[in-house]
Each structure stands twice: as C-alpha cells, then as structure tokens.
Design a protein around this ligand. Structure first.
Ligand code: NAD
Length: 667
C-alpha cells in the first residue's frame, strides 16, 4: 500500500518510465477513425506533450505519433501505473481530504480491469465511455486528489485536470464536465475529431462521473422494467409470473434480460445469434437453458408458463426465426421487446436472418452493401411478425435500442396512420409514467470501507427504512416500494457485486433522504465501519434530458431542451454534493443527450446530514416539477406531495386547457 500511495503522490514521473506492453488478455478499444489532417495531427501531439517536461519530448513525440497512427488516439500507454487500479478502503488512498479519498476510490473502480470494458484505454463501458482521455490525466488527477484539502475544488475539463482552485468546505471537491460542446459542433464526427485532438471526451452516463458500479445497475433497471410491463398489460399482476417475455440479445446490457425476468418470476425467451455470447451467459448462470430446436424451446416455455415457473431460455439463433415460428404455431405471447444493438445496424449490431453468424460477418466485411440490404429485409420480416403477434394481443415495447427508428428506415410497416411509431418506448410507457414522474429512480451507494459486511448492514438499514415508509405511503407508489423491498432483500443472494461494495435500488425523494439519513446515523454510531458514498445513475428523474429516452414522455415540446439537466447539476453543486458532473452523450449518442449526476460522501457528521437533506430533495424534485409543468399527471401528484412535506417548496403548477376549445380554434 505504501508503494501505491507513493506512486499516486508522485503524479507524472519526472523521468521517463519504461515502455509498457499492452495486456493481450483484456479487451482493447477498436482503432478509431483517422480523422485529423496533418496540421491537426501536429496539434494533437503538441497538446499531448503539454503534460511532460521538455527533456522527454524527443522520446515521446514519435511515440505519440505512432499511437495516433495505430489507434487513432494518444493514450500515453507508457504512463500506465504498474499497481493494480481498483476500489480499496478509502483510507488506503493518500489524502488530506476524506471527500477526495472517496473520489479516488470511486474513479479507481471505474478503471478496474475486472469492470472496465477497455481498461488500458480508460474506457469503462459503452465502447467510448471514458474516465480520462489519457494516462497523464489519470496520474495528475489522482495526485491532485491526494494533495487537496477541503477548501479547494478540482476542476476537470473532459478528463483534463485544470487544477485546484480555492473554494470552501461546502463546495464540491470536484466539478466534472465531459463533452460540453458549442451546439453546432456536437455531431458524431466532432467527437472523433476533438477527442483525437485531446480536448474533449465522451463521458457516457457514469463512466466520466466515477459512478459506474458494474452490471448490477442494469439488472435492477431491467427487473423494474419487466415488472412494470407486466402490470401495464394486467392491472391484477404483481409480477411477471405466468407470462412469457420474448426478446433478443445476450450481450453487454441485453444479457441482463433473462436474469431480470427470472427475478421478476416470469418466463423469458431470448434469442442470441452469437453462440459465444449465448454460452457465456449460460456458463455465468444468467440464462438457465439453451435450445437450438425452436419447437422444443417453445414447448418448454409453454409448460413453464402453465406451471408459473420462473425460467430463462435462450434460443441459439436469430430472433426473426423465433418470432416467425411463434406466429406459425399461433402461440399467445404476453410481452415482446428487442435489445439487439440497432443503434449500430451496419457494423455488427444486428444480424440478418437466413445465414450463419460467420457468414454474416464475412458479408459485413467483404460486401457491406449487400449486408445492409439483408439487414433491412430482416427488419421488415421482424416487424411483420411483431405486428401479427401484437394484433393477437402481445404488448411490444422498444427498449431504447433504436429498433423502431431502424425498422422505419428499412421501410417496415411500423408507422400508424398519423405517421407515429406503432409502439412506444420503455420510458414513454413504463419508466416515465410509472417511476420517474413519481421521483423513483436509480439511487445507489458504495461502502467506502470496501467491506462486504458494511454492504450487508446498509442493505438491512435500507430495507427497514423502505418497509417503514411503505406502512403509510399512498397507494399509487406501493408497488414501486414493494418491488424495491423485495429487491434489497434478495440483493445479497443474487450476488451482483463486482468491484466496489455497491448497491442500487429505486427510491423517491423521501426514500432516498431517509435511507441516506439512516446511513449517516449508522456511521456516526459506529454500526458502519466507514463512510458511504451516495450517487445515482444519470438515467434518472432529473439528471437527463434525452428526447427519445429519459424525457420521451414529456409532450409539451420541451423534450428537446436541456435546462433540467443543467439546472440539476448547478443546484446539486451548491446544496452539498461532494462532486458533480455534466455530460454530452450517453447511451443514445453524442449531441443527442445532456446528462448529469453527483456523488455525496456521508461521513456521519451533522454537515453531511444537512447536505444530504438539502441536495437530495432538490435532486429529485427538480425533475418532478418539470415533468409536472409538462402536464404529466403522476408528476403533478408527486410534486403536490413534496410541497406538503416541505413548505419552502413552491412550484408553478400548470393549468389544463380544454381540448374542445383548442380544437375549435381556427389555426
Ligand atoms: N438494457 C437497457 O436498459 C438499455 C437501455 C437503453 C438502451 N439499450 C440498448 O440495448 C442495445 C443492446 O445493448 P448491449 O450492451 O446488450 O449490446 P451488445 O451489442 O453487447 O448486445 C446485442 C446482442 O444482440 C445480438 N444480436 C444482434 N442481432 C441479432 C439477431 N438478429 N438475432 C439475435 N441476436 C442478435 C448480438 O449478437 C449481441 O450479442 C443497445 O442498443 C443499447 O443502447 C439498453
């Protein structure tokens, strides 16, 4: 530990370290586009050399030129630390500020080789979700965090540590901005160019904000989605039991579907065209059974539905073959969706039907035009099968993967008479009205002791708090409460922890505040051995403006504005957040979303108690007020309740115009 502390405090070494070889056993980022002209490449190298004393330049300049040529980026591999980067007890990080130590723990978790997608390129997830642009930024940032005190704030511009600035003890210790562009320079190729120049990065939703906690978040979110989908079609349903959910994809995020559906007690059939992905998920226990024979698979699913058995079944093949067999056999399916990577349709996100996985890959590389045609033909057949089953009563929803968009571009029969999509997205139908509008969203915490015993204590405390609130909560939110109570009771058993000792659940403002308060008290009393970091996914009530996802159930036209996310992060910063972040780009792409978040260290003090109450109340109710102003009735209900709880909250409420009056106008 002493050596690690010393290395962190040293920052960028004063002598050139030995050259590093890349680890062949881990995944590496793909070569990025060669987008810079000669002068821009020179600029990129000048930019990179700014981090190093002049005596190193003669060695580093050609090396960085080579990196730029080979990888399309300058990662400065030579400066990768030789210690293992991972979450540790916060006291194991050198520090003068406990808050800064906790931030070191969190950012180290995002770069842990067991967690990060491309750790040596500092990418946590999503292919391009970066913590830093290069290793010099990492070294400098860790050094600043190790040195800083509680009267300073570290300023990070897209991974670049601009420096420590004097502030005060109630200010955030770190302010993060990622990918903030002048709006006209926010196209996908602008990211390629300015990232290659080393002046911006793609922070995703929790990568560049140090708040990623591994696959747990996605399993929980998917569980909540399928539970609420079941209730949407069957008001008597408590969960997914006795229902079949068909979908596709056993990849990064999509692989959570079978596990989540089983937690929700349903029958889940998932088609996956890549046998490696299928068998990997099977070995991991995320999918229970694998079939190649469609009839055997469907018979098994029907039997499980009749017995109300919770089981996940993978089809080792193409989703379209599966849907078409369901149509032919006239089997009733309750719920359908899709999580192939249709945001990336021409480069391996979606595979055409009627050919093997290998043959499709070969066509993609050697005959991309034909591949594109095959994808589009497949999308037409895919949509036809879904349309037939929907007419027979199936509920289909888009899972934020651009299925509807790409199907429409392929000319499939996916639009209704008004020219809108025939189906809704999961946020429009489920997460928006059933969760976000009530303030329920992905609240999370991490035990700074890095000790599983502390996590088990926090699980117990959170469960008790939610059970207590549930005794008197309004009927409208009872099911949301009980879902999360069930989740937290089973959380230990489900063994979802990878990396830091973290937990996630959905709670509203009241739930989040009461849980945080109880943790703070448990730290003060010594029941918990060390502080706890609070945070959340940016995919939440108030944190994200994204017209086709988080704010897709806003219908007053303001879904194309980003005031909410910006207000949120500013508001969090002066109400006590330990760090705040605001990003351009998340799951839906650069220029398509603005999203922000926070981290808050609970250390058992009265200061932490004051901060958590002020900040969490704002962090949730900002978004509810905006959703209420957009005339969403669930948010209207929630914000009135919040005003009753806190007389200092006074929100502008919308009046509703009579439809017949509006329709009678001569416009
Ligand atoms: N889970 C969520 O909450 C969530 C939220 C928003 C968006 N998404 C979207 O879901 C998509 C999937 O994400 P991911 O991380 O799992 O991607 P991924 O690329 O890792 O996985 C997709 C899988 O689909 C498989 N596939 C492609 N075409 C197929 C076909 N025709 N039949 C059967 N299988 C096929 C691929 O082989 C791959 O394994 C992305 O577009 C993502 O943005 C997910």
């Amino acid at each position: 530990m002493k050596d690690i502390k010393k290395a962190i405090l040293r920052g960028i070494p004063s002598e050139i370290p030995a050259k590093r070889t890349l680890n062949k056993n881990i995944s590496h980022a793909p070569k990025r586009k060669d987008i810079l002209n000669k002068e821009e490449k020179q600029l990129a190298i000048r930019n990179a050399l700014r981090y190093f004393p002049e005596h190193m330049h003669a060695v580093l300049a050609p090396e960085f030129a080579e990196e730029l040529k080979t990888y399309g980026r300058i990662y400065m591999y030579r400066f990768m630390p030789d210690y293992e980067i991972k979450a540790r007890h916060m006291e194991d990080f050198p520090h003068n500020s406990k808050q800064a130590a906790a931030i070191q723990m969190m950012l180290s978790n995002n770069l842990d080789a067991a967690i990060a997608q491309h750790p040596e390129e500092l990418i946590t997830y999503g292919g391009n979700g970066a913590v830093f642009q290069n290793w010099a930024q990492y070294l400098l940032c860790m050094q600043y965090l190790a040195e800083m005190n509680d009267e300073q704030t570290l300023v990070l511009y897209s991974g670049h540590p601009m420096g420590l600035f004097p502030s005060h003890k109630d200010a955030p210790r770190v302010v993060v901005t990622n990918g903030m562009m002048i709006p006209n320079y926010s196209k996908a190729d602008d990211w390629e160019k300015f990232n290659a120049l080393g002046v911006t990065q793609y922070g995703q939703m929790t990568a560049g904000s140090f708040m990623y906690i591994g696959p747990q978040g996605i399993v929980h979110g998917t569980t909540i989605t399928v539970l609420n989908a079941a209730r949407k079609i069957d008001p008597k349903a408590e969960d997914l039991s006795g229902k079949i959910f068909i979908t596709a994809g056993l990849g990064g995020m999509s692989g959570a579907q079978p596990k989540a559906a089983v937690i929700a007690k349903g029958v889940c059939i998932v088609a996956e065209v890549n046998p490696r992905a299928t068998y990997k998920r099977h070995e991991q226990g995320w999918v229970d059974e694998v079939y190649k024979d469609l009839d055997e698979l469907l018979d098994r699913a029907i039997e499980a539905r009749t017995k109300k058995e919770a089981v996940s079944i993978a089809y080792d093949g193409n989703i379209v073959d599966l849907w078409e067999r369901v149509v032919d056999r006239n089997i009733y399916i309750e719920i359908g969706s899709d999580q192939t990577s249709l945001h990336n349709p021409w480069a391996g996100g979606y595979y055409p039907v009627g050919m093997s996985y290998e043959a499709a890959n070969e066509m993609m590389a050697n005959n991309p035009e034909q591949f594109k045609k095959e994808v589009q033909k497949t999308l037409v057949r895919h949509t036809n099968a879904i349309n037939t089953l929907s007419k027979r009563g199936m509920y289909f929803f888009d899972y934020g993967n651009a299925f509807l968009l790409e199907a429409s571009r392929a000319g499939a029969n996916i639009l209704n008479e008004k020219g809108d999509f025939k189906y809704s997205s999961y946020v429009q139908d489920i997460m928006g009205p059933m969760c976000f509008d009530y303030g329920f969203g992905p609240f999370r915490w991490v035990c700074a002791s890095n000790d599983a015993k502390d996590l088990a204590i926090t699980d117990k405390i959170a469960c008790e708090v939610l059970e207590e609130i549930m005794l008197n909560c309004p009927a409208d939110i009872k099911l949301q409460m009980s879902d999360n109570i069930n989740w937290i009771k089973a959380a230990g058993e489900n063994k979802m922890v990878v990396g830091s000792q973290a937990r996630i659940l959905y709670a509203d403002a009241q739930g989040r505040i009461k849980i945080a308060e109880a943790f703070n008290n448990a730290i003060a009393s010594g029941e918990l051995s060390a502080p706890v970091v609070l945070g959340r996914d940016h995919h939440d009530v108030s944190g994200t403006d994204s017209p086709y996802r988080e704010t897709s159930n806003i219908y007053d036209g303001s879904q194309f504005t980003a005031d909410m996310a910006i207000q949120n992060v500013i508001g969090d910063s002066f109400r006590g957040a330990t760090w705040v972040s605001i990003h351009n780009g998340g799951g839906v792409g650069w220029g398509e979303v603005i999203n922000g978040g926070f981290g808050l260290l609970l250390d058992g003090t009265a200061d932490a108690d004051r901060r958590l109450k002020s900040m969490l109340f704002w962090d949730v109710n900002n978004g509810i007020s905006r959703r209420s102003w957009a005339r969403n009735k669930e948010a209207n209900f929630a914000i009135k309740r919040a005003m009753q709880m806190n007389p200092n909250l006074k929100v502008t409420m919308p009046n509703t115009a009579d439809d017949s009056l509006i329709e009678s106008l001569d416009l």
